[in-house]
Design a protein around this ligand. Structure first.
Ligand SMILES: [Zn+2]
Length: 294
């Protein structure tokens, strides 16, 4: 069970972004209060029931915008998010310098550009395996209930005590929608039905893509899972925008609130870029580029 961690300004694709949930004991417990639930001392004892989902109700017609995101190898430690627009002669793919041993045979790696490629890779000096690094997909649910949305207060670092949507890394073997429902179960003990895709937000600097679905509660029950301090439904005017965990969540909720108030909830695509020189913890220090909406 891996949690979605977004720390803009730091590189990703490594185990540094994987936090295991706190240990938990006890049996599953649902709250019957649909408005606010707390006391995170219970844990799910069964997996979420993944039910058939309705097809996306909205046809998305998006203009394709071509762009290229580049990263300076010298900024691979992520200390300078402004590297996202740097122009360099040779690039590496991800934090390749941190890969010192082959995951296949354990042999030491060298870091150079393989024949026929353009980026520096970690190449095993024993078996020749190239360690490719690719972005991770984070999936989550924006749950609508009684004109409110369900948020979870994080019980884990980073961003302990701040509010987020239930979301986490997609696992091998599950669809994006299944992963979003699983994460919702794990973090909010809520059984949901995915209604439609709402947003895809790319964060190239840290190698993450968020896919957020609109969803609805199958039953008006939720309760904090072990990674949540509490779960609560918020009306749009009460969303704690000053206490959100990540830029991606801020962007998602701002877009959603704007859509609802305009009477037309759309599908959004965008690229979140950290403002140069800003603190990784400053979730408002971003720009949303290439924003497309259906
Ligand atoms: Zn090897």
């Amino acid at each position: 069970m891996l949690k979605a961690i977004q720390l803009l300004g730091l590189s990703s694709g490594s185990v540094a972004y994987r936090w295991k949930p706190h240990g938990c004991n006890g049996s599953m417990s649902f709250s019957i209060n649909p408005l606010s639930c707390s006391t995170p001392k219970t844990a799910p004892t069964k997996p979420p029931q993944l039910l058939p989902r309705s097809s996306p109700s909205k046809a998305c017609s998006l203009r394709v915008t071509r762009f290229q995101s580049t990263r300076s190898e010298s900024k691979m430690d992520g200390t300078s998010p402004s590297a996202s627009s740097s122009s360099v002669t040779v690039q590496s793919a991800g934090n390749v310098r941190n890969i010192k041993f082959c995951q296949l045979c354990g042999g030491p790696t060298k870091h150079e550009i393989p024949d026929g490629e353009e980026k520096i890779r970690a190449i095993c000096t024993i078996c020749g395996r190239i360690a490719y690094q690719n972005p991770k997909m984070v999936v989550g649910c924006l749950i609508e209930h009684d004109n409110k949305v369900l948020l979870c207060k994080r019980n884990i670092q980073p961003s302990y005590g701040l509010w987020t949507l239930p979301a986490g890394y997609l696992e091998i073997g599950e669809s994006a929608a299944e992963g979003a429902m699983r994460e919702t179960w794990e973090e909010a003990l809520a059984e949901v039905e995915v209604v439609s895709p709402f947003a895809q937000l790319d964060i190239p600097l840290i190698g993450q893509t968020y896919v957020i679905f609109l969803a609805k509660l199958k039953k008006p029950h939720f309760s904090p899972g072990p990674e949540s301090l509490e779960c609560q439904l918020f009306s749009l005017d009460d969303i704690p925008f000053d206490s959100l965990a990540f830029s991606s969540i801020l962007v998602t909720l701002k877009l959603y609130a704007e859509d609802v108030k305009a009477g037309n909830v759309k599908f959004h695509y965008g690229i979140i870029k950290k403002r140069p020189g800003s603190s990784p913890s400053d979730i408002r220090a971003y720009t949303l580029d290439h924003h497309l909406q259906s």
